[in-house]
Write a protein that binds this ligand. Sequence first.
Ligand SMILES: Cc1cc2nc3c(=O)[nH]c(=O)nc-3n(C[C@H](O)[C@H](O)[C@H](O)COP(=O)(O)OP(=O)(O)OC[C@H]3O[C@@H](n4cnc5c(N)ncnc54)[C@H](O)[C@@H]3O)c2cc1C
Length: 466
Amino acid sequence: MNLNAHFSQLENFGHSLKTSSYWLPVKTPEDIFEAFQLAKKLGLKVTARGTGLSYNDASLNGGGIVLDMRGMNQIEEWNPASGLVRCESGVTLEQLWKRVEPDGWWPPVVSGTMKTTLGGCLGANIHGKNNFRVGTIGEHVLEFDAMLPTGALVTCTPKKNADLFYAMIGGLGMLGVFTSITLKMKHIYSGLISVDARPVFNLHEHLNDLLENAPKNDYIVGWLDTFPGGRSLGRGQIHAARNLNEGEDPNAQETMKLAYQHLPDRLFGVMPKSFLHYFMSPFVNNPGWRMVNIAKYVSALRKHTFRQSHAAFHFLLDYVPNWERSFGRGGLIQYQSFLPKETAEDAWREMLLLSQKRGLPSYLGVTKRHRPDKFLLTHAVDGFSLALDFKVTERNRRRLSEMLQEFDRIVLDAGGRFYFAKNSETSAESARKFLGDTNIARFKKLKKRCDPNGLLESDLYRRVFG
Ligand SMILES: Cc1cc2nc3c(=O)[nH]c(=O)nc-3n(C[C@H](O)[C@H](O)[C@H](O)COP(=O)(O)OP(=O)(O)OC[C@H]3O[C@@H](n4cnc5c(N)ncnc54)[C@H](O)[C@@H]3O)c2cc1C
């Protein structure tokens, strides 16, 4: 293994960060160990990277080695009777659902894109629109194997090596590299999901709807129009969805077929969707997006119920490939804050008003309902999250960064938390405030045990834990 001719530039999902690294594709646990030995010899740091879809610097490693995990992409064992699946860590959610869905199963937790790898999903401990009901993906992992920089291949379950289990899931690949993951899928009786769509007229109603209606549904998610102030601040639309019960879908045999789940790659059967982001670009500015949001809100006023395929419901963001390119050359930043249900409304009112006052509105606001979990670096709370996408330009970069630091203060004062797959601003001090000194000390102690030479580091690790 050598690093010649592998130095290349990598970006985050939002294309707002760029760093150059030695790019090393790996296919086996032995390759990973060899990469550790090479890094030690050359004095370099190592980061595992799945599809690189984190919005921030979680899978960037300027000047170091980045392991391309996508070659470890075998579904090793699938049991349609029990719903248990064992996969290499570079398997994507797309590979996974396409394998299990025709047998009547669905991944228990998915991200808004199906392109993520299981290793990346465990590294961040992703949540779905059902977080309030089933927790994060880590709660559905029965076992994983990971290669540590010491050369040990460890097996972890909630009982065996439990300290590592709860720290490596959500541990951003900083303790070891997942090689194989066993998960339990969720049974489904139809390829369709039933969705109730309804408008909400202000922030209070918005959060109240999530709170009241989450327990009656399997999934709930809100779109928040970030532009209006006054009595309409926080207005938007709620999508509350439930899986169909056995017998509810008379065409279940048809709808469970993969062909039924397919997201079309052409708009109106004609225009390739891969071109759509070029048409979106002229609208991705303050006046343009305000108009888009007004149009969306007006169309959201009609209360209705409809059925949709699982893929269309879960992976809406994959509908327009490369949509993030429409944000232009500076890219985008996503700021996701997690707040207790008691403080969320006041804190988000303050943040939304601040962004409007500064002329730095977010172009997309998404809300979810959450519950806490037992993972060491958890981002979850008994409350809600609000994800806000901001366009980055040469002119606004510094002002945006200053505003997001003010957001951090508001969130921390309100007892909130941040998510390490999204925010690019969280500082070491902010992390200490929400994770607590004790948890950070526990994480660092495990790091010393798993990685005594400090080989595993990413740009995010240096920013937050360095
Ligand atoms: C459009 C879009 C929608 C999204 N929606 C959601 C959502 O609904 N919910 C949510 O929670 N997140 C969401 N995300 C965030 C995304 O799920 C996470 O960032 C996820 O980690 C990305 O997976 P990846 O394979 O690209 O990982 P990467 O970005 O490549 O890596 C993520 C982290 O995992 C580590 N890692 C990767 N592979 C391994 C491995 N094999 N072993 C150990 N560590 C590893 C990396 O070092 C890094 O720290 C979304 C992202 C996008 C772009």
